[in-house]
Design a protein around this ligand. Sequence first.
Ligand SMILES: Nc1ncnc2c1ncn2[C@@H]1O[C@H](COP(=O)(O)OP(=O)(O)OP(=O)(O)O)[C@@H](O)[C@H]1O
Length: 569
Amino acid sequence: MSPWHDNFAPPCPPAPTPSGQGECVINASSPPAVELHGITKRFPGVVANKDIAITVRKGTVHALIGENGAGKSTLMKILYGMQKPDEGTIAVDGEQVTFSSPGDAIARGIGMVHQHFMLADNLTVLENVVLGGEKLYGIGAKARKKIQEISDAYGLGVRPDALVEDLGVADRQRVEILKVLYRGARILILDEPTAVLVPQEVDALFDNLRELKSEGLTVIFISHKLGEVLKVADDITVIRRGTTVGTADPKTATTKQLAELMVGSELPSPETRESTVTDVPMLKVANLTLLESGAVGAPLTTAAPADPSAAVTMHEEAAAGRKLLDDISLTIHKGEILGIAGVEGNGQTELIEALMGMSTPDAGVISLDGEDISKVSVRKRREGGIGYIPEDRHRHGLLLEAPLWENRILGHVTEAPNSKRGILDPKAARKDTERIVREYDVRTPGIDVTAASLSGGNQQKLIVGREMSHNPKFLIAAHPTRGVDVGAQAQIWDAIRDARREGLAVLLISADLDELIGLSDTLRVMYRGKLVADADPATITPEQLGSAMTGAATGHLEGTEQSEDGDAR
Ligand SMILES: Nc1ncnc2c1ncn2[C@@H]1O[C@H](COP(=O)(O)OP(=O)(O)OP(=O)(O)O)[C@@H](O)[C@H]1O
């Protein structure tokens, strides 16, 4: 059977020839914003891009989808001048270009918003935007006027004098977009822009993108969230194993079809019908409190408030002796997944760090399997059976410059099979790395390449494989499927569910609310360092949960199905 559905077409030819048969959707009247033709990029042992052809129409939102390691980021890095193709041509607005650096791409009106924001927390929005672009409009009144103009023109709602550390994730993203526009970008590349946003914020971002498009700007974005892709994209290009396998029409395509085209498998669902929750407590946290000075890691940022006028700056709160963790108590039983919903920066990082022993709480007790571990070292906690899938895989999950097999040992140096009678056993560790690579489908030319050379999704698969290999009693899973494709997502969910069936207790933190609701047995909402609400995953909707995450609801959240007036609050 042909892999093509009625609404899928093979890749557009390099020089678009309007065929009249509808197989290649191109506006023939103006040159495409971007035309990539024959792009090939090789790394040692890997062909990341192979004869890629993509045509991006001007004034459209163009989604790039594909399984982990398919070559999406590499392609965008080439378009943004961060990497040079071995072969192929790039044309911008109909003109062939060669980029040696991002500076060249910016000069041709291309801007990129990376997944990890690159703003300086201690500077204002204005300072962040003008930084490095002082020559454009100076650093004073002219720059401020320009920022305001751009913000108003595209409905970004950015305040030039706000301090970046006081902004929530969605606001920071808008600043990044504004920064790129300020430098004259007419073509914006967004790398998984919705990964960290709650549903309401995703809708607001999509409104911004539509606004940009209506002004003739072009947006190219990478995403693994197929539902969102269908919602906002005008065109979709699918990449598989380094090459373009086709385009899809979002008006008629379904997520199922996209998933099949991308990874050749059906769209998985996180939902679990079975309950494996026991009444045996595995993790108990009582009255955990952490004051600002005791914190390790990123500072707490203000969540995007339901009512923007209610935003309180963290400076005001800090003056009052801010609690990063405020009297947190919870119990997770054997076989239970407890999901914590919250806008990033509301204490989740601090909670994880306290549980792992990476910070010293000011008050409270943590016990694991009946034993007080409050004063126990990170290593001992790990040896005691805590698995850890960190939220920032580059900071806490991997040694990027070390080979895969050394990364397999990371955090588990003293445990089997990495060590035998206290002595490191590299041979066994290497063998087990090969097993993880196989079982978790980590796409790599071998276990001696560095972790940095893996694609983002494959790095995540390696971490999950490593942590699950030690049969933890208690797993801290922060965004366990962030950046992984739908195929790998199913695999990770299965691994967690299987372990839960065997009695694993899980603390799940995820910005993907479908995942959070689907996997969790119990749901709590975290807001400004406090657990402010709980919900039943069987009835709560992502929208209701998203709303509670912005501080709009507290207490027990009634799901739609149970509510008389159809409102969760
Ligand atoms: N600097 C590098 N050195 C060696 N190999 C690399 C490098 N960058 C990327 N690769 C390899 O190129 C391939 C494509 O990677 P890329 O990051 O483009 O994939 P992706 O589609 O963006 O994946 P993901 O969805 O997981 O982010 C992968 O096999 C990856 O390991």
